[in-house]
Write a protein that binds this ligand. Sequence first.
Ligand code: PLP
Length: 384
Amino acid sequence: MSFNFPVEVLKGLQTPYYYYDMALLEQTLRYVRSEADQYGYKVHYAVKANANERLLKAINAKGFGADCVSGNEVQKALDCGFDPSGVVYAGVGKSDREINIGLDNDIACFNVESIPELEIIDELAGLKGKIANVALRINPNVNANTHHYIRTGLEENKFGINQWDLENVLDVLKRMKHVKLLGLHFHIGSQIMDLNSFKDLCLRVNEIQKWFISHQIFPEVINVGGGLGIDYEQPDANAIPDFKSFFRLFDEILELKPGQELHFELGRSMVAQCGVLMSKVLYVKNGVNTKFAIIDAGMNDLIRPALYQAYHKVENLSSTGETEKYDVVGPICESSDCFGKAIVLPETKRGDLITIRSAGAYGEVMANGYNLREIPVAYYSDNI
Ligand SMILES: *Cc1c(COP(=O)(O)O)cnc(C)c1O
């Protein structure tokens, strides 16, 4: 199954806008479910990839949990129907207000990233007479082969507790009365295409868990985060990521103990391919060595190309003319407002419908009002 474009309908809508193929989302979610269920793995959807309510409700309806990185994400997940027992909360900089949202709603687990944070959670839980479940986010010092802005598992990164600090963490935990250590948490980065990075993670987790067990601590939950990449080059050939190989790798390499649960926090891989950014061509302008196709979507609508030099496939859905090369650019006053250089498109003219593919993750949710532009609206295949 691949993304379906009802072009005639889409042409009639005011651009730019996000468009979601809900059937493709459904298929993807079903596949994740069936592959994860084979091993009894629990998947929490990483809300930060896309907090669109329609998507959140569809994901909740399939029985996934929610992985949140802010108090408002926790609140949003709960508002969209997620059960608190399936909500986990990570982040290096949780404010007191945000921690209290988690405590008041009895979420499943705080993924704790430092000793000072652990102390504050203990204190705030104490004030409420509660016991907070926590998992230690440990920096496994694994190098995920991905863009350096979305690499999080190296000691030089700000995320997680470094291994040399673990003895101290155990000392601190011993004197705390309002936190319960539930498990260990890891997340090495995003858009990881090479499964060997996950293999390295598994091997580190095996060692780290041995260390804990040798210190008489049995982690009930191992949470290995997210990060599975998607095929931005070929969104049709690979509309649904290879969850089968992904989960199988963990089954083969990670040494789970009896009674232990393995949790995942997948974001991008669950939603990226089901969303596109739709736009129209405003002008075609001749440059020195190139033609510019100036479209009405910009980096405020989809910031990934400008922020991470990310590639998104661009297609012209209106034209079948002779192909030419275009630099496809947005209207924003920044040279980084460019969706791609020397892209081969059929002859492109004003009014043509352009789609920017694989925009379902880190797209709509990162849209902003720079240049006082409107935040793009969203349409859905089952409701247009
Ligand atoms: C962003 C994030 C994820 C999801 O990452 P994807 O690459 O979108 O799968 C999972 N866990 C944590 C802690 C995150 O910050």
